[in-house]
Design a protein around this ligand. Sequence first.
Ligand code: SF4
Ligand code: SF4
Length: 364
Amino acid sequence: METVTAVPVQRQVERKKLVRRLGPDSSQKMRRIVQWLFVALNGWLGVQFLFWVRYCERGGEGFNVPRPAGAEGWLPIAGLMNTKYLLLTGHVPAIHPAAMVLFIAFMLMSLLLKKAFCSWLCPVGTLSEQLWTVGRKVLGRNLPLPKWLDIPLRGLKYLLLGFFVFVIGTMSAEAIHDFMSTPYGLVADVKMLNFFRDIGQTAAIVIGLLVLLSMLVQNFWCRYLCPYGALLGLASLFSPAKIRRDAEACIDCGKCARACPSHLSVDQLVQIRSVECTACMVCVAVCQAQDALQFSLVPRKAPAPSERWRRRTIRPAAFVAVLACILFGLVLVAKATGHWQTNLPREMYIDLVSHANDATHPGM
Ligand code: SF4
Ligand code: SF4
């Protein structure tokens, strides 16, 4: 009997020794700062874009601000089309090149650092996180959807993605160029703005419903409906950086799994390959066991005498630096090479923006 009880006691002592006495993890503080900076950047771009649209609608009268090309980040479909155009022709498209640059930047982030865009940069992701946090405070918890509902619902975003990939996949470079050159393609961003400015009753009800569901269910939009997130998730499968757990250092407390907003079994796995992992690092932040859980590059064998797997941890500051280098590096290159702005004559924009609501989809 003695030997049966002595083992767990010994193990508990060993585990207690492993629990770190370090200060709080900085990743979440840093993530919040990055998230809100990106919300502010998007807000600034949005206001500037609105002023520019109003200037055009007034026939070029009043307060003139330049058209902010960065607003094209909200045109991921144009970004995907233009990336295909670039791959087919080797030429950077003249219409909405910024949409392509930002699309490539966000894809690159996913290829290197999982779906970091979703939990560190995307303003919709930030809003979604705020909504389920409020919902949790009000109701005491978020609603966990049962597996039989959760799994098929997760498929919806892939259906939407499949639709866009199919449509764009069948387009030739010439067809993409022709589409972008139509009034609809030229002012796709203005049409998106006008959708929210003149929002109809049905659209308002749908958005209200999404807000409500986002308060009840963690990341409802991101988890079930966002085709952009679905694409970034697929790209993230190639990421060399992943959440990795050292089973020897782990004290099996299960905190990581309970904290994961993507409901992943972090405490059961050695590494997280899932397309749902957004590299938010919440799991790492709550883990109290020294070196048990890390966001790290591909593990490699440590040199002798120790034969333990050594991981190459990515610290939050380095993580943010890589995100910033990808984003601002590509934007700077695009600006320096003249592939950032859509260069249409002012008079043409004034005419197009004034009649943006009349521009219909070429396929309709
Ligand atoms: S596994 Fe960790 S990093 Fe990935 S989504 Fe869950 S909490 Fe975030
Ligand atoms: S990896 Fe997860 S289960 Fe293991 S100690 Fe850390 S939080 Fe607890």
